[in-house]
Design a protein around this ligand. Structure first.
Ligand code: SF4
Ligand code: SF4
Ligand code: SF4
Length: 334
């Protein structure tokens, strides 16, 4: 049953210290300019950040690491709790699941990594410059694909269960802590905060085309805009590897019968090169255009889930300072 639980931050931190014996815990830690997931030891607990938007690393990296030997049959020794997952990354799990779980063949390594994870989603109580989840129909608070929602307000932790795994985690904590039920006023304060952040996102992203229109805009664009925006691209592939919805990988053989899966990116030169030497995506602007066609045209045609969740990481990671939102504003206004 879905239910709210509250406890003081102090009691929550004591509970986490106990949970470390039973689970592997990852949570976001702040580094001054940005935050990222860290493996949490007892001394890290006071440094965990709450309700800040998006760690630098997307959630998908826990299920599809940058490099992984897919021949390994070793199951993780303990279940892992992944805390602080923003709703844009939880939404992105839909398309990863469609790709890796729900088709004719479920990828056993992805499934193993997914099953071993308890996902603690977080409300975003602030936003970053390039966050635009609401443009793509995603709320700035978790709605699905997670086990527990966590919010911190006024030194009180609010938990809301979403799954059996979430209920089991609450049960595990009940052995060493005592929960309360939040008052109606407290719940209302949480809901008001959600509304405030949603309005801020809508205000900041006025003019960006709605997700349902982006495909048409990309498809009916001329070649010149792709040449213009790809001018400063250095083919580093960061925009794709950091994207929570990108799904491409390469499989490489290694001595010792290892098969290593590496994340791939369509911005890399040679991404589509075939044995005879042909390379339809050799010109840089074509590779650049390919990424947009994949996300806004082909994936929406093939999958039920959206292939961009408006996290903004591709903008923040781009060495060439290419801003896809500026591109879409130009497409929408020409
Ligand atoms: S083709 Fe490009 S945009 Fe599409 S999933 Fe692969 S890397 Fe991402
Ligand atoms: S394309 Fe960019 S904004 Fe969209 S999900 Fe990927 S990284 Fe985030
Ligand atoms: S992150 Fe920027 S520079 Fe790097 S491949 Fe993507 S568009 Fe090009």
């Amino acid at each position: 049953m879905n239910k709210y639980y509250t406890l003081s931050r102090h009691d929550w931190e004591k509970s986490l210290a106990n949970l470390i014996n039973q689970f592997v815990i990852y949570a976001p830690v702040y580094y001054g300019e940005q935050q990222d997931y860290e493996l949490i030891g007892e001394s890290d607990i006071p440094h965990i950040v709450y309700n800040r938007p998006k760690p630098a690393t997307p959630l998908k990296t826990f299920f599809l690491p940058v490099e992984e030997n897919v021949m390994s049959t070793k199951a993780p020794p303990k279940q892992r709790i992944i805390m602080g997952v923003p709703s844009c990354d939880l939404a992105a799990a839909n398309i990863q699941d469609e790709m890796y779980l729900n088709r004719d063949f479920a990828d056993p390594v992805y499934k193993r990594n997914r099953d071993a994870s308890i996902l603690v989603g977080t409300d975003c109580h602030t936003i970053e410059e390039h966050c635009h989840c609401t443009t793509y129909g995603i709320k700035p608070y978790p709605e699905f694909n997670h086990d527990l929602t966590l919010s911190l307000m006024d030194e009180t932790i609010y938990l809301y269960t979403h799954s059996e795994k979430g209920n089991s985690l609450i049960q595990a904590m009940e052995k060493f802590t005592h929960f309360h039920e939040p008052t109606e006023n407290e719940i209302q304060a949480l809901l008001d905060k959600r509304k405030e952040v949603e309005e801020l996102l809508n205000h900041n992203n006025q003019g960006l085309p709605d997700y349902r229109k982006t495909g048409e805009l990309v498809q009916h664009s001329g070649r010149e805009i792709w040449k213009k925006y790809s001018q400063t691209c250095v083919s580093c592939g960061a925009c794709a590897t950091i994207c929570p919805t990108c799904t491409c990988f390469l499989l490489m053989e290694r001595p010792g019968f290892e098969k290593v899966r590496h994340l791939d990116a369509c911005q890399y030169p040679g991404f589509e090169k075939v044995a005879a030497g042909e390379d339809p995506l050799r010109p840089l602007h074509k590779r650049f255009y390919n990424r947009y066609m994949c996300k806004y045209v082909w994936k929406p045609q093939k999958f039920d889930s959206i292939a961009c969740t408006g996290c903004g990481r591709c903008i923040e990671a781009c060495i060439g300072s290419i801003n896809k939102n500026e591109l879409f504003l130009e497409l929408a206004n020409t």
